[in-house]
Design a protein around this ligand. Structure first.
Ligand SMILES: CSC[C@H]1O[C@@H](n2cnc3c(O)ncnc32)[C@H](O)[C@@H]1O
Ligand SMILES: [Zn+2]
Length: 434
């Protein structure tokens, strides 16, 4: 499919800053084939021409941490502490989910992400074949992880599922699907299991996706059990030696010494500001990470805690939390925040050779935002406008791998009416009795 995005204002990350310029974007076979101010005389070679002079084109946003089927648990259980919320509400509800529920829950999350400008995301959950199928069907890009909890012996079954996920799905969907290995968290993974997973991840050549230091309770628990912080626990196993590509979700409770341990890590941190606020977890030391050269991307976490999967919302929360924490509005600027939601996310997912910026030769993962609306006028500074004033609903068109997944706010690969019907009826059954 050949697409011409005609005359958008392009906002792209070049040489450590976002720059704005007007040009036409040409897409051929999934890739950006040219970015030019000279329109070819013959336009009949394009299957689709998007008139974009009133739109801003930017790299698709990248959600570095999600549990997509938890969209079925949105608004089911609020205002609880993380462990109570997880143990008494989320886990019992997850026990009630069938494989079909997982498919529809993932599709619900994916539909919301596409509609709010996310083109790639990282997912950690169970029944990953169903999620992979939803990713495949919808056209979104994803890095998929079977979450691994070792609180009881399952004879290696879950671990095998994690490996099988890679063997069955890596590279599928024209390369849109990649995988990671997913030890859930320090408090659910003893050292011997973590070591085995690290070896397997190395053999498979895939990153490791793990929750870290989300709550005070976790820090206390690990300290009591191992006499060290959760970060030290993982560091001593060699996770941050630069040999393993690692995606750390949350990283809220790290002191100066812990932060130093991450300095040589490969990969980065998925910062989930609204989930951390909503569950009362704390404020991640994001500006300190950045100061130390540690890569930070943005995630939502599942909609069960995040309430929505809108990365425009997360950009505002990430910015606001740092400004508040440091009593300093200059501690982090809009450029750094947009960088987190785009190019940093691509690096953390290990797909920055393909996506994360609008460049000739890269995969066409592009969103078009309608900035001609009262709340987005005037246009003094487009980066500020997108980070501080825009929301997911302002995304007009979403393109992934050169395929249009949403056009003028209409989903093209997902039947939205059927999705809402399925999600409503399944969600109701899942939470019954929990
Ligand atoms: C075993 S699959 C992943 C597992 O993680 C649970 N989960 C969802 N949100 C969080 C969170 O904020 N911290 C820790 N674990 C979380 C989810 O319910 C799945 O069971
Ligand atoms: Zn999570």
């Amino acid at each position: 499919m050949n697409i011409l995005i005609k005359d958008p204002l392009i906002l792209d990350f070049k040489e450590e800053k976002f720059v704005t310029y007007r040009a036409h974007i040409m897409i051929e076979n999934g890739m950006i084939s040219d970015i030019t101010t000279d329109l070819p005389e013959e336009l009949s070679g394009f299957d689709e021409i998007i008139q974009a002079s009133q739109l801003v084109a930017l790299p698709g946003l990248i959600n570095t941490h999600n549990h997509s089927p938890m969209s079925l648990l949105r608004s089911f259980s609020d205002d609880l502490r993380l462990m109570e919320w997880l143990d008494k509400k989320m886990l019992p509800a997850e026990e009630n989910m069938t494989q079909e529920d997982i498919y529809w829950g993932a599709l619900l999350g994916i539909a919301e992400m596409i509609k709010s400008g996310t083109t790639a995301y990282a997912d950690m959950y169970i029944h990953m074949d169903q999620i992979a199928q939803a990713v495949y069907d919808s056209g979104i890009r994803a890095s998929l992880t079977r979450g691994l909890v070792f609180l009881e012996d399952d004879g290696g079954l879950r671990l095998k599922e994690g490996i099988d996920l890679d063997q069955s799905w890596s590279g599928k969907g024209d390369g849109r699907i990649t995988t990671m290995m997913g030890p859930h968290a320090p408090y659910t993974c003893p050292p011997e299991n973590l070591k085995e997973i690290m070896e397997i991840a190395k053999e498979l050549g895939v990153p490791i996706h793990i929750h870290l230091a989300e709550t005070h309770e976790e820090v206390e628990k690990i300290n009591k059990k191992y006499g060290k912080s959760p970060t030290e626990y993982l560091a001593e196993l060699g996770l941050f030696d630069g040999e393993h590509h690692v995606l750390l979700a949350h990283a809220v409770h790290l002191d100066e010494q812990d932060i130093t341990l991450l300095k040589n890590m490969k990969g980065g941190i998925a910062h989930n500001p609204y989930s951390n606020m909503k569950l009362g977890c704390g404020i991640a030391p994001v500006s300190k990470f950045i100061e130390q050269g540690i890569l930070v991307g943005l995630g939502t976490d599942g909609a069960g805690s995040a309430t929505s999967l809108d990365l425009f919302k997360e950009m505002k929360m990430a910015s606001g939390l740092q400004k508040l924490e440091h009593f300093d509005p200059a501690i982090i600027d809009a450029h750094a925040i947009l960088q987190m939601a785009t190019v940093n996310g691509a690096k953390i997912l290990g797909i920055d050779d393909q996506v994360g910026s609008i460049e000739k030769g890269k995969k066409a993962d592009i969103i078009l935002v309608n900035v001609n609306q009262p709340h987005l006028v005037p246009h003094h500074d487009l980066v500020s406008l997108l980070v501080y004033s825009a929301f997911g609903q302002d995304v007009d068109t979403t393109i992934v791998n050169g395929k249009i997944l949403m056009k003028h706010r209409q989903l093209l690969t997902i039947d939205e009416e059927k999705l809402i019907y399925e999600a409503q009826r399944r969600a109701k059954r899942i939470v019954e009795g929990v």
